[in-house]
Design a protein around this ligand. Sequence first.
Ligand SMILES: *Cc1c(COP(=O)(O)O)cnc(C)c1O
Length: 469
Amino acid sequence: MYKNIPKVDKVMEWPEVRELLATHPRQVVVDAIRLTLESLRTATARGETVPGSFESSAVIRSILVELERGKGAALRRVINGTGVIIHTNLGRAPLPEAVLDAVRDSSSGYCNLEFDLEKGVRGSRTGRVEELLRRIIVGAESAIVVNNNAAAVLLALSALARSREVVVSRGELVEIGGSFRIPDVMTQSGAVLKEVGTTNRTHPRDYRSVVTPETALLLKVHTSNFRVVGFTAEVSVSELAVIGRENGIPVMVDAGSGNLVDLAFLGVQGEPTIGEYLASGADVVTFSGDKLLGGPQAGIIVGKKVHLDAMKTHPLYRALRVDKMTLAALDGILRLYADERQAMRTIPVLGMLTMGAEELASRARRLVGRMRRALPTTVSLRTIAGLSQVGGGSLPDFGLPTTLVSVSIQGITPQQLDQRLRTGSQPVVGRISQGEFLLDVRTIRDDETPTIVEVLKAIAESVQVNDVA
Ligand SMILES: *Cc1c(COP(=O)(O)O)cnc(C)c1O
């Protein structure tokens, strides 16, 4: 009943709350009380209150929980048991320790971000990383680093096509993650979208028929998070390049994820590397730093110097530039790519992507073994075969065979287990499929296993205690 919910002023007078004022700023305490009473009202409206909900001891407990939550860091370590390697909601690419050391080293003190140490004068912020990109990506005359790939596309369109037309296939007018839509980015940049073809089929003649002196760019967009199958036709980058050359119009590719290593050995078909796009005749290619590349959030633009120079002198470039921590991380990742085998070994995204069936099975066995030894008999475990996903809009129809560990605890449903794992002091995120709670060992680090066991133990034991009570 609402009338049982105390008023903020009254709660402020409770002795326990007055004591809190000695150790917490008044406004913080008031906010915690407001939030607590607000959730009590919501629970009342839903009929979810239980006997004792309105008692001062229960209200004070909730206020304390609210205060603790307010002190916690916004970003917390999460154990990813979903099997989605590039999980946008979980921060995409985890970074290697060595790269993080470089970030710490350059950011805990001052660094030569824009200072030429040889000459003792102002230097270029991104020069060294751009030089690395030119060296690693064959055919990249020039390179630019910005905040993310959305920024890269916006900058490229603004600099190359403002108030002029950009030709895109109707099959490539994609939406990525809800907030990045090619037509909207086009509008923001001031470019005029010229759609050609149909959703499933676009031909070279479609592009040729709309090219006029008003055309600034032929744009190809990687469809990333979906595939059109069946009666389809698309125009390849090399065909676009021919049309572009015939008419003196540059060709740009938004590659989205953008891989630097050839993934054919995994059975991935038709995913050109960034270098292959350039070799096919693309003049400008944009891609993300934190998808298949495995680095920090960043947008990378490579291609012909003349076009990239236009972007570097555009006013938006300054607004979209990256900070020193991103640059340090990207530099660290790119240096690993200097040796492809080293990149495969040390970059977590590539390691998870290429993890073999045997290793996955033995990881699952090790995890189950540890759990069996430590957990009460109310926990049931089994391993089953399943599929991991690359995620991040990369290779949407490409499932990677994996081994899953199914966990169930007597006395709670898979949904309750899932919720308790997510909301505990060390969050663990798995998935529920066909009524089973599953953990995919592909995205779980070996050194995270003991924590998972501990967390499950605490949950299993609390369920047992409650059963007895
Ligand atoms: C992911 C993606 C983007 C957006 O990249 P961010 O780095 O997340 O900004 C743009 N275009 C394509 C095709 C993508 O796959």
